[in-house]
Design a protein around this ligand. Sequence first.
Ligand code: ZN
Length: 205
Amino acid sequence: MNIKNKPATFFALLIIVFMAYILYWSATKPIAVVIQAGHEGRTSGNTGAETKEYREALWNVFVADEVAKQLKLWDIEVKRVPAKVPFMRANIAVSIHFDSAKTPCRTGASIGYPNVDSQAFAQRWRKLYSDYFPFLWHQDNFTKGLKNYYAYKWIRADKFLVLELGELSCDKQSKWLKPRLKEVAKLVAYGIAKELGKDVEKPSI
Ligand SMILES: [Zn+2]
């Protein structure tokens, strides 16, 4: 190999190695909390539940934004992501969804997760939300979508919950949920903060 300008080549290589290191470091440094709005940004494939009145993706965005806002108020590091996610690491990841059913009111709230650490968090969330949400609950991981959620592979979180916060296609539930979305979000944020061991006040709802 005949390199005319050896110092320049050396510095170019050095810069490439440095950039690769920065990329690797930023991709692998865990973020305290990642909040995903399910289906956000999708125009094809699984774009989420839809009824005449409501679109799940819009509700997800609203709730995810409110959760992130509340966590920031509590000085908790948070990253808000849409459906498409890059590879990243997190202490806690929560994906926000609302369910739908072919026969309305057959479903309700449920939780998906990939590991045992998440299961304990899921149990605490279920307890917290059950005191508030007055409708049906499904078994954890009761669908493939919850059990094998695609983002488990992308967001490597110590604890990852996919939350179905109620059934959009059930009139009773969606009518109950719509004016309470902000409160639901506060409760999600509270559950996350407690999971991180933060001493925050329980929202009065
Ligand atoms: Zn969904």
